[in-house]
Design a protein around this ligand. Structure first.
Ligand code: ATP
Length: 876
């Protein structure tokens, strides 16, 4: 049976369901067929993963070293320990990479689960909300505007239903849907009586019977494609990749150079020359860096989620740190969304406070009645508890009615509602039609005064404008209400803009700012981030709140949607930096605001909650959706979801993003210097004829063990506190900006000189030309010395007790790694395996003193640079 051609009755019978929905037994049985979930793209098997990790340049060179040293051991030129050690390190490196990648993926999958999607269904004849993943074929789903369709289904009813199917068809215009029977077609865009998983309901409502779930849906068939798009590298990862490539090339050139010098001038035989050249090249590559970056970003995702910001893409963590403009909705994000009617006005009277008592036969009560009748909010009793339903503007009216001891239900007893045109934030109006006790029809239109279809004399108009301004300047949201009595019921769908009405009055509603948002705006300002306010409210109301909150100055410009539409894209781009507040704008205008800022080189974050906000959220560098009030469609388009709908959370996430970025740079500084130092030291020592200062396996021990493991824990460094006192990180600037190049060169020079001195001292002064003795000293100084440096590197502030105490995981890993390093170099039996030997007491004294020298010099360099920076800042 083809589902498209069938009647509702046939389709329900086919899926063994009814309009009352499935029974509990049917659901339990059908659940055995699996959950309504998309499976992640097919994972590579373990062999493929290993092959993938082995195919990067560093691992390839390492593999080459294993093969070569195995050959050398088999032919008796080398000990077997060498290929074994290099091989173990290669295995360790690949295993860590695979393990880390797995745990990063797991963390992300767990976060995706936190963003649970729900559906409204009818089961056992009862309407209920369930997790979308528990839907089964045959379920009856209720769809309404703002929902994301949770599964594929055939429509049983459809009222003004339009659905945006761009995710499947690429067509951005919403498609009108119907429940009518239709000819069979495979063409998705022509299947008007079906709704598809992942698409967004733009308007209307519908009942749908689920026909396919999970991977059987149309979305399921392209799910593989969707997963792939998430794996793009961030600008930072790309910069690090190219850094790694340059380092590999330098290392390879160094390797070739050493080989040539050793072979032609120092009498190396071919085999030892070869293996030293290759192992040096390997040792000079920071193998652990890419893994550390991935872990840092995933760790950022986890930390942000604990602070109420759920990142939907790992890569956005970095972008969040670069935000320099945050464009925020007013109601609920910057303000408390706790609305209260405080003022009202009826024509010819003076404005009054809502604390005054209103008699039931006055003009004032008439205003209250019209407001109450044209309200959709209500207070309901559920399980003996009072539950408030509706948006906060309307609930403010319900509370006002309570002050006069009346309710919407009581008002509707005399004036039952028979038709309506729901509130639309583009029209900024809504209308309701009521039957009167005298057989006439009462039309009420409620909304923004500048949109109300009301005719006023010049004098009346002057009075209205003056009251409107007076309310707005006190940061009140102003609602107007008009009415008219009709003899006949209007034909066709009711339209709030069409029929002229008489003005009944205005009310002023207060929505206090969130105190935490005010301090967050100040914090953002200090961090070089501009906060902008977007609202559907009147420009005067918007400006009054913006000034109260520190977003705008008294003389700053406010732009209205109308003004915005008069400007060309170029004009908007030129003026955009002067405008802090956008009032009476529609969601469609938001996208132009985003593009104008981006054209000026900004990294912009944009909040939104409605279906129409999705394109602007998508266009922004960081699209932010509201977790509580946001629609599924807006969440789906977003990079970040605020679980508390709070502006402060955005600023906290920016701070977190900046910390993660700084920590990655610290890991770069910590890791690559040792690689540079090893390279220079080897080239110099071999050129001088001192022999190879470290063996291949010793170099690798330092890179993977001494540097790699503590390097992982740098990503857990807390924020340095001054992160939000600096300008945003520009995504285009080099990672070596901001003094990193100077610090890296300084430390590389210190280590090269120190290690060469130790090597010379060990070989020619403290021992009788014993190269193993010298290598043991050098190994300990380089490994332990670079580890101690981590404390100087991890903070840009001078060393303090706090620097040592604030990262327990790092301290612990460092302690353990130091123990392993010292054990390898000292425990008899073990040390010989790695080419080490026992040291004299005097040598130990030199080692112990030397391990602290780099840290001391780095700290002096840091303090000197900081002082110079302060002097420069003061002299400016
Ligand atoms: P914000 O950006 O601050 O969250 P918004 O964009 O959601 O605000 P709207 O809800 O579109 O703003 O409100 C814009 C204007 O529409 C209000 O100033 C008010 O005059 C009018 N308005 C808001 N809610 C209603 C309603 N329920 N009924 C009638 N008019 C309303």
């Amino acid at each position: 049976m083809s589902k498209e051609k069938s009647t509702n009755k046939q389709i329900l019978a086919h899926y063994k369901t009814s309009e009352q929905g499935l029974t509990t037994e049917q659901v339990t049985k059908r659940k055995q067929n699996g959950l309504n979930e998309l499976q992640e793209g097919k994972k590579d098997n373990i062999f493929k993963q290993v092959a993938l990790h082995l195919s990067d340049v560093a691992s390839l060179v390492l593999l080459f070293a294993v093969i070569l040293s195995t050959y050398l051991a088999a032919t008796g030129f080398e000990k077997w320990s060498q290929p074994l050690i290099i091989g173990s390190i290669l295995i360790l490196n690949v295993s860590i990479s695979i393990y880390q990648e797995k745990s990063a993926e797991k963390a992300l999958a767990a976060l995706k689960d936190m963003n649970v999607r729900e559906s409204t269904v009818i089961r056992n004849g009862i309407r209920q909300t369930i997790e979308s993943k528990d839907l089964v074929v045959g379920d009856i789903v209720i769809l309404s505007a703002g929902d994301q369709v949770p599964a594929d289904g055939r429509l049983l009813t459809a009222n003004n239903l339009t659905i945006n199917e761009s995710i499947l068809t690429g067509e951005s215009e919403p498609v009108e849907k119907t429940s009518a029977e239709q000819e069979l077609t495979k063409e998705l865009s022509q299947r008007f009586n079906e709704a598809f998983s992942g698409t967004g309901v733009v308007s209307g409502n519908a009942l749908m019977v689920v026909t396919a779930i999970g991977m059987d849906t149309e979305l399921g068939s392209i799910a593989g494609l969707l997963n792939e798009t998430e794996k793009k590298k961030t600008p930072l990862q790309e910069k690090l990749d190219s850094l790694s490539k340059s380092l590999t090339s330098v290392a390879l050139i160094g390797g070739v150079l050493i080989f040539i010098i050793g072979f032609f001038f120092r009498g190396f035989d071919l085999s030892s020359g070869l293996i030293m050249g290759v192992s040096l090249a390997v040792a000079a590559v920071p193998e652990t860096l890419p893994i550390i970056v991935t872990i840092s970003l995933s760790y950022g995702v986890i930390k942000m989620s604990k602070k109420n910001a759920i990142m939907r893409r790992v890569n956005s963590v970095e972008t969040v740190g670069s935000i320099d403009v945050i464009t925020s909705d007013k109601t609920g994000t910057l303000t408390q969304n706790q609305m209260t009617v405080t003022k009202y006005w009826v024509p010819q009277n003076a404005p009054a406070e809502t604390s005054t008592i209103i008699s039931k036969d006055s003009k004032e009560f008439q205003l209250m009645r019209f407001m109450g009748l044209a309200t959709d909010a209500q207070v309901k009793e559920v399980d003996g508890q009072k539950v408030e339903l509706g948006d906060s503007t309307e609930l403010a009216i319900i509370h006002w009615l309570q002050k006069a001891e009346t309710t919407r239900a009581e008002l509707e007893k005399d004036y039952p509602r028979i038709d309506e045109d729901p509130f639309d934030s583009n029209k900024k109006l809504m209308a309701t039609l009521h039957k009167t006790p005298y057989g006439k029809y009462l039309l009420i239109v409620k909304g923004a005064i500048d949109r109300l279809p009301v005719q006023l004399s010049d004098n009346e108009n002057k009075q209205v404008q003056s009251v409107n301004k007076q309310f707005a300047r006190q940061a009140l949201r102003v609602l107007a209400v008009g009415y008219t009595l009709l003899d006949e019921k209007p034909t066709g769908p009711l339209d709030a803009t069409k029929i002229p009405v008489k003005l009944a009055g205005l009310i002023g509603i207060i929505d206090p700012p969130r105190p935490a948002a005010i301090s967050a705006i100040e914090k953002a300002k200090n961090a070089g981030i501009t906060t902008l306010m977007i609202t559907g409210d009147h420009p005067e109301t918007a400006k009054a709140i913006a000034v109260q909150m520190g977003i705008a100055e008294k003389n700053d410009q406010v732009m209205t949607g109308t003004h915005l539409n008069d400007l060309s894209d170029e004009e908007l781009q030129q003026n955009i930096k002067n405008i802090k507040v956008y009032a009476r704008v529609s969601p469609e205008d938001k996208i132009r605001i985003v593009k104008a800022w981006q054209a000026n080189g900004s990294t912009i974050a944009m909040t939104g909650d409605g279906v129409n906000d999705a394109p602007a959220i998508k266009a922004a560098d960081v699209g932010i959706a509201m977790g509580i009030t946001g629609t599924d469609v807006s969440k789906q388009a977003a990079d970040m979801i605020l679980t508390d709908d709070n502006f402060e959370t955005i600023v906290t996430a920016v701070e977190e993003g900046r910390t993660i970025y700084q920590n990655i740079l610290k890991a770069v500084e910590f890791l690559i210097v040792v690689n540079f130092a090893q390279l220079f030291m080897m080239i110099f020592a071999v050129a001088m004829g001192w022999g190879s200062p470290l063996l291949a396996e010793q170099l690798l021990l330092i890179n993977v063990l001494a540097d790699g493991i503590p390097g992982f824990y740098i990503c857990r460094e807390p924020s340095e506190g001054n992160n939000m006192k600096k300008a945003p990180i520009n995504r285009q600037t080099s990672i070596f900006a901001d003094g990193l190049a100077q610090r890296v060169s300084f430390r590389a020079v210190v280590f090269t000189i120190l290690t060469l001195m130790i090597f010379g001292l060990g070989q020619f002064v403290l021992s009788n030309s014993d190269i193993h003795f010298a290598r043991t000293m050098l190994f300990l100084v380089l490994a332990l010395g670079s580890m101690i440096d981590i404390y100087v590197i991890k903070s840009r502030q001078p060393l303090s007790l706090q620097t040592f105490a604030n990262n327990t995981a790092l301290n612990f890993s460092l302690g353990l790694t130091m123990l392993v390093v010292v054990s390898i170099a000292t425990i008899p039996g073990l040390r010989e395996v790695f080419g080490f030997t026992a040291l004299s007491d005097l040598a130990w004294v030199f080692v112990i003193i030397s391990v602290f020298i780099p840290a001391i010099l780095l700290e002096i360099n840091k303090r000197w640079t900081l002082r110079r920076e302060t002097e420069l800042a003061l002299s400016e």
